[in-house]
Design a protein around this ligand. Sequence first.
Ligand SMILES: Cc1cc2nc3c(=O)[nH]c(=O)nc-3n(C[C@H](O)[C@H](O)[C@H](O)COP(=O)(O)OP(=O)(O)OC[C@H]3O[C@@H](n4cnc5c(N)ncnc54)[C@H](O)[C@@H]3O)c2cc1C
Length: 379
Amino acid sequence: MPEQLPEKLLAVLQLAQRFVASEIVPRNERLAHDETLAALGAEVREAAKAAGFFYKTQPAEFGGSPAGTLELTMLREYWASLNSELTRFIFGPGPGVLHEATGELATQFLIPVMAGEKRGAFGFTEPDNAPRPTWAVLTHDELTLNGQKSYVTGGETADFLSILVNVEDADGAKLGTAMVVVDRKADGVILEDTFRSMEGGGHGAFRFDAVKVPSWQMIGKLGEGMPRALANIGNVRLMVAAEAMGMSLWTLDYLNQHLLAPHRTGSPLGDKEGVRLRYADLRIQAFAGRSVLYRAARRADGPGNSVNEVIAAKVFCTEVAGTIVDWAVQLVGGQALVVGHPLEALYRRVRSLRLVEGANDLLRLNLAKGNLELGKGDL
Ligand SMILES: Cc1cc2nc3c(=O)[nH]c(=O)nc-3n(C[C@H](O)[C@H](O)[C@H](O)COP(=O)(O)OP(=O)(O)OC[C@H]3O[C@@H](n4cnc5c(N)ncnc54)[C@H](O)[C@@H]3O)c2cc1C
């Protein structure tokens, strides 16, 4: 649990709290007074570089000073507990699926991404009605891509897409999966639809119509596509779990104030036993969620496989956060449903967490498989 953090991490948390007081809180005020998110975000980014937080998600070879999983989890939970749009500018971009890219792929994509000059989007999910999953025919030094990706977050404005494809030779023989980097403006890359999801994200649906891509734009070796696409997924799932618990903490603080405030019945809602029972349940669930989160983070930093523990944290924490925000809406009442109320926005954001980075029921199936068939994780 957070109270058993090593002294070194508690010192980092204190630095983070000072950073928030001097760099985030005043800008939250300015954001409320109509200054743009982009301009304020750029200022936060510069401040985060000066304070060193920006580099904690970046590998050392790019000038980063990468933090361990427990430290990142603690900070991610803390940023999310502030419920501010500005905290997402604090950490610098990580390499994602481009990690270990070399040669031309590093020069043209990885290095510009780490410097914040280029941005990629991730194409994995396929439409339900696709005639066949996205595929590429490899001839000599070139891939010819065809297919569709239905849910590419940030795809409309990205410089390139990293997509999972099934590769075959000119005779149709299967060669394996690959992650391939495709320039978003390449001939044959068609943005068929753009849409927004309820938590506020913008997404694109893409079609690939005989797109020619040089084979060096394949990340790693042929056959490594699926493991590469999923290589970083453990970190991302723990990140989702940390955000879920941070949102829960903000919600419980908000609820606290509401339950202690005057109410038209003559006494604060927090005086009523029925309300106290619900409130205590939410506190118990937050305690349990944070215990799972911090235990999984410690496991991920240690030796051995922690895939099942991380899945457990993602599933449990996102569902706990859903329950906490849902009950907070109920206890705050109709005003919480008014568009623009912080709980209305949080309700939409927290709902998407149960689908992103693996739908929770599919993760349950993965856990059962890891446990029953593969012997992975101790859970
Ligand atoms: C905000 C947001 C951002 C996203 N960004 C991206 C992105 O950048 N790139 C990308 O590639 N994708 C992205 N996605 C897509 C996301 O990864 C998928 O929505 C998610 O993996 C679920 O896939 P699906 O929508 O095809 O649903 P399905 O796979 O059709 O599943 C729907 C539901 O059916 C049930 N189900 C499905 N299969 C089984 C089974 N075998 N057994 C039991 N139950 C089952 C589960 O309850 C599941 O929740 C994003 C989604 C969201 C919400």
